[in-house]
Design a protein around this ligand. Structure first.
Ligand SMILES: Nc1nc2c(ncn2[C@@H]2O[C@H](COP(=O)(O)OP(=O)(O)OP(=O)(O)O)[C@@H](O)[C@H]2O)c(=O)[nH]1
Ligand SMILES: [Mg+2]
Length: 307
């Protein structure tokens, strides 16, 4: 295998980068690699950060990085953009203003676009997060832009989800419709230096109330250009992680992720098996009855198994 496992588990950046490329390319070594690192996962806090374009996600991540690095924690950031065809490091200068951390070996930053989407962007992202967890990063931040379905899938693989909003109107309803409100744990009103903060907060509280959200959800206000309010977010993240661990919810969430992952893999294989049989039966069907045709396909698949 191209990856030196020991160096990977030791968090050496070159090996971490290589391992991520294996996952993105769906290289034949992927399976063995993921099996080998599996016993070393489960320690990191995986923080998903999402919100509409320009909400200030990257600025916030930058502030969080500063805090965590001061405490000596190792942090990895995966910036996922489902609209970008690029992966790797090229876009980072644009997407995340984090040049301050360039020379810092306790920080690993990677961008991920649709190049990693051969097997689905959220799958590539999930395996990447597992690699970073195994490589010893204490916090793994996944930043996604927008509030569409692929972002939602990506966020579901995080332990703690933060939704970044800002006073401009509109995006809160969009988030509500997209289902991100339901899975978000932390609501961060960024750009709190701009007018309209109280109104947004009131709207948010109303919506949380309507959806019958449990009380552990928190709302914070930040100005990510200056760093104001970051401490409260750090604390909220910390508290949420503690709650996750103590309530057993962290294990439950990971178990649900595992089931989703396994289900997808089994379905992929079943679909592959079904494909030729379906083609055969559908070539010149002597009936238009879908029930009958589905029955025939199912029977043939079972006969094949019996052979
Ligand atoms: N006034 C004000 N501007 C902010 C604040 N936080 C970020 N900005 C500005 O908002 C713009 C977008 O910030 P980013 O951090 O790039 O936002 P983003 O959500 O990561 O953007 P995308 O990744 O492109 O979706 C930048 O010009 C920031 O300087 C804030 O708290 N107040
Ligand atoms: Mg950004």
């Amino acid at each position: 295998m191209k990856v030196n496992l020991e160096a990977l588990l030791d968090g050496r950046e070159r090996q971490v980068g290589r391992a991520i490329s294996i996952v993105e390319d769906r290289h034949p070594d992927q399976r063995e690699l993921m099996q080998e690192i599996h016993p070393h996962t489960g320690r990191a806090q995986v923080v998903g950060i999402t919100g509409s374009p320009g909400a200030g996600k990257s600025s916030l991540v930058n502030q969080l990085l500063k805090h965590w690095r001061k405490k000596g924690e190792k942090v990895a950031v995966v910036a996922v953009d489902p609209t970008s065809p690029f992966s790797g490091g090229a876009l980072l200068g644009d997407r995340i203003r984090m040049h301050d951390h360039d020379a810092d070996s306790g920080v690993f930053i990677r961008s991920m676009g649709t190049r990693g989407s051969l097997g689905g962007l959220s799958e590539a992202c999930q395996d990447t997060v597992r690699l970073l967890d195994a490589a010893g990063y204490d916090r793994v931040v996944v930043e996604t832009v927008g509030v569409g379905q692929s972002e939602l899938d990506i966020m579901k693989t995080a332990d703690t989800v933060a939704l970044v909003l800002y006073p401009s109107g509109g995006d809160i309803i969009q988030a509500f419709k997209a289902g991100i409100m339901e899975i978000a744990d932390l609501f961060i009103i960024n750009k709190a230096d701009l007018p309209g903060v109280n109104q947004l907060k009131a709207e948010l509280e109303d919506l949380l109330h309507i959806s019958g959200a449990p009380s552990y959800k928190t709302i914070s206000e930040t100005v990510s250009t200056t760093g104001e309010g970051t401490k409260a977010v750090i604390e909220a993240l910390e508290q949420h992680h503690e709650w996750l661990k103590q309530s057993g919810e962290k294990q439950d969430r990971r178990a649900r992720q595992l089931e989703t992952d396994v289900r997808r893999r089994v379905l992929e294989r079943l679909e592959k098996e079904m494909e030729p049989v379906l083609k055969e039966v559908m070539q010149k069907p002597d009936t238009q009855d879908p029930y009958e045709l589905a029955d025939r396909i199912y029977k043939r698949l079972q006969e094949r198994k019996g052979e």
